[in-house]
Design a binder for this molecule. Structure first.
Ligand SMILES: Nc1ncnc2c1ncn2[C@@H]1O[C@H](COP(=O)(O)OP(=O)(O)OP(=O)(O)O)[C@@H](O)[C@H]1O
Ligand SMILES: [Mg+2]
Length: 218
């Protein structure tokens, strides 16, 4: 298995708010090695989602660089960023971002279909992944008829389905009760370890963060 290193160097990000510049991230540096489990912690509003969106190439930093195996990703155009994300990332959004017009299993299967799998095979694989997260019994539900925790487990299944190198998860268990949170997180962690994936999560959960091998507190 080849090493895949993601390096953030002196990342700065501000937002413009009512003519004021609001500095959120200042000189954040981080080295992510393949197989790492990284926890991004900090209070609400400290910039966890902002940092994950930058790592996920969903937003751009004002200063600093993000590179992958020595290649600077800062200068990719949006099509190249999309391709990089499709090839390397599974993203679990804080608000899930499930597609409302597709049912649960179609949401999970979609990344495979976009990568050229037949619909039949994609649906079969989606079903297997959803089983791991005990959500296959809601396959035909549309997102608006799923509970928050169920949507979260669909979103986790969708992020894992392509076997990406990196799982970037924004509060992946934020909507689950503590028993289900432990259960889902342990499945996620075991899956990530067995596939030699790298896991980057933002979390408020101290117990969950304590399992990480690297931490960055904002
Ligand atoms: N598009 C935006 N424009 C202006 N300000 C923004 C924007 N997005 C985020 N912010 C501000 O940046 C700060 C950091 O937001 P962010 O969502 O990264 O926090 P967070 O650590 O993920 O919080 P939470 O734990 O509540 O999810 C917040 O104060 C927020 O108000
Ligand atoms: Mg957030």
């Amino acid at each position: 298995m080849s090493e895949s290193n993601l390096i953030l160097k002196k990342i700065c990000k501000s937002y413009n708010q009512a003519n004021n510049s609001l500095s959120i991230l200042k000189d954040i540096s981080l080295e992510v090695k393949s197989g790492d489990f990284i926890a991004v912690t900090g209070p609400s509003g400290s910039g966890k989602t902002t940092l994950l969106n930058l790592v996920g190439l969903l937003d751009t930093a004002d200063e600093g660089t993000i590179s992958f195996n020595g290649k600077d990703l800062t200068y990719l155009n949006s099509e190249q960023k999309n391709k990089f994300r499709r090839d390397n990332y599974g993203f679990i959004y804080q608000n899930y971002n499930l597609l409302e017009n597709f049912n649960a299993i179609e949401n999970v299967a979609l990344p495979l279909i976009l990568n050229g799998y037949s619909k039949v095979e994609a649906i079969q694989r989606a079903k297997n992944t959803m089983k791991l997260f005990m959500i296959d019994n809601r396959s035909l539900h549309f997102p608006n008829s799923l509970s928050g925790g169920e949507q979260q487990r669909v979103a986790i299944s969708r992020a894992l389905i392509n076997n990406p190198k990196f799982i970037i998860a924004d509060e992946p268990t934020g909507n689950l009760d503590s028993m289900n949170s432990d259960l889902v997180f342990n499945y996620l962690k075991n899956y990530v370890e067995s596939e030699n994936m790298t896991l980057i999560i933002a979390t408020h959960d101290e117990e969950l963060a304590s399992k990480a091998n690297k931490r960055i507190n904002l």
